[in-house]
Design a protein around this ligand. Structure first.
Ligand SMILES: *Cc1c(COP(=O)(O)O)cnc(C)c1O
Length: 412
């Protein structure tokens, strides 16, 4: 800390200097960090964030505005996810929403299945790492299920991973890396039969798939319409297009939700002296207000419109990738989350070539080396340039004029 304070003009310059090397996330099309949906949406989000900058969601009595925003967002989402009795809470992000899903299922099993002393959870290997984190934090054993050759979960394999110690089953809608929706309609009933939890991770798809469905495109069922689904996570700060620090975790009904909050109070203090629905205490009011403001601003029509624009350029993009010799889109993505790979070209060399041209590509290594994408409506102006570069880089790699750093060895 400097001994004396810093004048604001200099401070501003210091911040600009510090930001000089930050990534050009929009022009470089960084996957999974920003979700541009238009300048107007950004302005609405910022205005709401700043207006409620100093408020705290921990204290709904002091800030009935935030309590109302949160209630209304939960109502919007309950209707979007077809949960007439659904309730939930806004969290700081997808990881926290997932942690709450794990904690809630564990505590519900303690009530309903007290004989289970060493609880387990069954999780597709394509699921987000936050489930492994949740298993670690809350003392569950994680039982991973491998994907089949079609990159989907085989329900029979999944069923065989369930034991009499299982308290939670997990599915993604869609998965983080391949954008494929697990067969939730076949998996969740397995949880209903056993009276255990089923968490759908719709962190990335929760505010996209419902609008694809509105457009008339087929989407496998994944929400509360599927019997057995008990909790759902969905990120407001992804395809909800709201300020960072906002996700939602929904429970099918109040009985399920009752296992989520933490209460501290009595006997020396009132029973509700400190009650939190999730991991954090203080919750920034800005992100709650931004979530409400962006949803109210866009309305369903605004989200449908952005899904339509994104799907429109995606089809062009996927066709462009398939037209490049040796490159393929993996599996059958349900939305703008997908990966491209090759059985003949060195994907690390492709990544190096694209990086050299300024693209913020991300190379994943499992189950095969692949470039990963998570694209928003605002990326559209950059797609044709991306495809042109990809074609040139793939040609260079095919001709042996560009090599990676031994990624071939990583092929399975
Ligand atoms: C982003 C994401 C998460 C975690 O979200 P954070 O907000 O980064 O914590 C979980 N699951 C899926 C499928 C995601 O895409």
């Amino acid at each position: 800390m400097p001994a004396e304070g810093t004048d604001r003009e200099r401070l501003r310059r210091l911040m600009e200097d510090a930001a000089a090397d930050d990534a050009d996330w929009l022009g470089g099309m960084a996957a999974g960090t920003n979700y541009p949906a238009g300048e107007d949406v950004l302005e609405v989000s910022k205005e709401a964030y700043l207006r409620f900058f100093s408020t705290n969601g921990l204290l709904p009595d002091l800030f009935p505005s935030l309590a109302r925003f949160e209630r209304e967002v939960i109502d919007y989402v309950a209707s979007l996810f077809h949960g007439p009795d659904a309730v939930g809470s806004i969290t700081s992000g997808g990881s926290e929403s997932i942690l709450m899903g794990v904690k809630s299922a564990r505590d519900r099993a303690r009530l309903l299945h007290p004989e289970i002393t060493a609880p387990e959870m069954v999780v597709p290997e394509s699921a987000h790492p936050a489930f492994t984190k949740g298993a670690h934090y809350f003392g569950l054993r994680l039982v991973p299920v491998a994907l089949g050759p079609d990159l989907l979960i085989d329900p029979a394999t999944y069923r065989s991973a369930i034991t009499d110690r299982t308290v939670l089953l997990v599915g993604s809608a869609p998965s983080l890396t391949l954008g494929m929706v697990d067969p939730i309609a076949e998996l969740a009933p397995l949880a209903a039969e056993r009276g255990i939890g089923f968490h759908v991770d719709a962190c990335v798809g929760g505010f996209f798939l419902p609008f694809v469905e509105r457009l008339g495109d087929p989407v496998p069922l994944w929400d509360f319409r599927v019997p057995g689904v008990t909790t759902i996570s969905a990120d407001l700060h992804k395809f909800g297009y709201t300020a960072k620090g906002a996700s939602i975790v929904m429970s099918r009904d109040r009985d399920v939700f009752a296992n989520q909050p933490f209460r501290f109070g009595g006997p020396a203090r009132p029973d509700d002296w400190y009650v939190t629905p999730s991991m954090t205490g203080t919750r920034p009011g800005g992100s709650i207000a931004s979530a409400w403001a962006v949803m109210t601003y866009l309305g369903e029509a605004g989200y449908v419109d952005r899904a339509r624009r994104t799907i429109g350029y995606l089809r062009r993009w996927w066709a462009g990738v398939e037209a490049i010799e040796g490159l393929h889109v993996m599996g059958k993505p349900a939305m703008s989350v997908f990966a491209i790979t090759s059985t003949t070209l060195d994907m690390a060399a492709i990544e190096a070539g694209m990086k050299a041209r300024g693209w913020l590509t991300f190379l994943d290594t499992h189950p095969v080396p692949a470039l990963r994408f998570m694209q928003s409506p605002g990326h559209e102006p950059h797609v044709d340039r991306y495809l042109a570069d990809l074609r040139e880089v793939a040609d260079l790699v095919r001709r042996g004029e560009l090599s990676g750093d031994g990624a071939r060895a990583r092929y399975t």
